[in-house]
Design a protein around this ligand. Structure first.
Ligand code: GLU
Ligand code: MG
Length: 437
């Protein structure tokens, strides 16, 4: 029997999940105008597939319009049909972006970066994940044996990612049990998040096809390290000239980049509910896990919320082109579109407020008293999703960065996720996220 090839029109939603509706591939051109129908309350489906309180109820209609630039066809050339999906924007039926469309929210943030500072962003997401079907000796940190245990996976992933136009960069056995890391080359603006969303799907699809199981859960085992999503960013002016690096600037940061970093760190406690939005995210964001527990700037320090990445003098790439900052307080429970939008808005706010460049930290901040931290303008980040959500929902500046009503719907979504986990043990909560992501 012949299969009718279907393409999934997809969105990356508040749960950081890819959801969508499929249509026949033959109808692609028509669907670029008509889209597929979408239901407002879908945005309240949590990562556990329970529906959080929805202000929309059973009412309303939206359209998800595919963006042809994100069409992906993954053909493993085995007995299964090719996987086809395309990301898009959720619009109201009058064509205006819907307030809860994560991709439209990122577009608005990028526009603000351009309007306020004349800057364009070059960036790339770095992802860590764990195999759920691999334990034991092949798990050694950074080992060749660990790499070989997933060579088949890595080589297949690189092939499909390259075919998808992603520029796969490195693949390695990370430190944690059965943990791996994959990096991809940088791209501009909206494509940074498109590529992150596509990469996550490709990892999951490749694992499925090879009979393996991968999870991006922020923290699988509280006794181990977490799975981070690190977002690398640099800026170009309107002519495409890199402006992040200044040999004479504070920590070699150019002026707009320094203010951007200051804004991200000032508002970090209030955007964490977006960039690290699961319950287990807050166990990952504790000292000595090489994640981020404070709103600090690190000069080549891996326990920093924002790290200035090294520039190699022997590279064939010029310093100004290599130089980038890395946001480390994020994970894959967040939609890449929302996480990047929140970071950009916080950074642009820093530019608007003309904030001074923060000092970089070099020491173990967990040894400092709250008074010492305070004296240096540092703070311990929120230690639970509830706390992060309270900071987010109470902040009127942050609420204004997003469309009217977004903050309320997002907060209700996360409260629904919390309610689902009420009365569960830590082990049960970890398990639930491991399955969800
Ligand atoms: N696994 C660490 C995290 O949760 C990051 C380790 C590293 O790549 O520096 O972010
Ligand atoms: Mg890593």
């Amino acid at each position: 029997m012949r299969n009718e090839p279907l393409i999934i029109a997809a969105t990356s939603d508040f749960a950081g999940k890819v959801r969508g509706k499929a249509f026949p591939a033959d109808e692609f051109d028509r669907r670029l105008k008509r889209g597929v129908g979408w239901t407002p309350t879908n945005v309240q489906i949590t990562c556990f597939d329970a529906i959080a309180e929805s202000p929309f109820g059973a009412l309303g209609d939206l359209v998800l319009i595919p963006d042809p630039g994100t069409l992906i066809k993954v053909d493993f050339e085995d007995e299964h049909p090719a996987e086809q999906f395309v990301f898009g924007d959720i619009l109201k039926t009058d064509g205006e972006p819907w307030k809860c469309c994560t991709r439209s929210i990122l577009k608005a943030a990028l526009k603000r970066l351009e309007d306020v500072a004349g800057l364009h962003m070059l960036g790339a997401f770095e992802h860590e994940f764990q195999f759920l079907d691999q334990e034991g000796s092949a798990s050694g940190a950074y080992t060749a044996a660990g790499f070989r245990a997933a060579r088949d996976f890595g080589e297949t992933l690189f092939s499909v990612a390259a075919n998808a136009g992603l520029n796969p960069d490195t693949f390695m056995k990370e430190y944690g049990t059965s943990q791996y890391e994959v990096t991809i080359g940088p791209s501009m603006g909206l494509t940074v998040a498109d590529h992150a969303a596509i990469l996550r799907e490709l990892v999951l699809i490749t694992a499925e096809r090879l009979g393996r199981r991968a999870s991006f859960t922020p923290l699988r085992d509280p006794a181990g390290v977490g799975n981070g999503v690190h977002i690398h960013m640099s800026f170009q002016d309107r002519e495409g000239k890199p402006v992040t690096y200044d040999a004479d600037g504070p920590h070699q940061l150019g002026e707009p980049a320094a203010k951007f970093v200051a804004g991200v760190l000032k508002y970090l406690d209030r955007i964490l509910a977006i960039t690290a939005p699961s319950v287990v995210s807050y166990t990952r964001l504790t000292p000595h896990r090489w994640s981020a527990a404070f709103n600090n700037l690190g000069f080549r320090d891996r326990e920093a919320a924002v790290r200035i990445c090294p520039v190699s003098e022997i590279s064939d790439i010029a310093a100004a082109d290599q130089f980038n900052i890395e946001f480390r307080a994020g994970d894959a429970a967040a939609s890449p579109y929302l996480a990047l939008a929140a970071i950009i808005h916080a950074g642009v706010q820093g530019i608007e407020e003309d904030l001074p460049c923060p000092e970089a930290t070099h020491e173990d901040l967990s040894l400092l008293s709250p008074e010492d931290l305070d004296a240096r303008g540092l703070q311990r980040l929120p230690q639970s999703l509830e706390e992060a959500l309270d900071r987010f929902s109470a902040d009127t500046t942050v609420a204004k960065w997003f469309p009217d009503g977004f903050a309320e719907v997002y907060t209700l979504h996360k409260k629904g996720e919390l309610a689902f986990l009420k009365d569960k043990t830590e082990a049960e909560i970890c398990k639930a996220y491991e399955i969800a992501y």
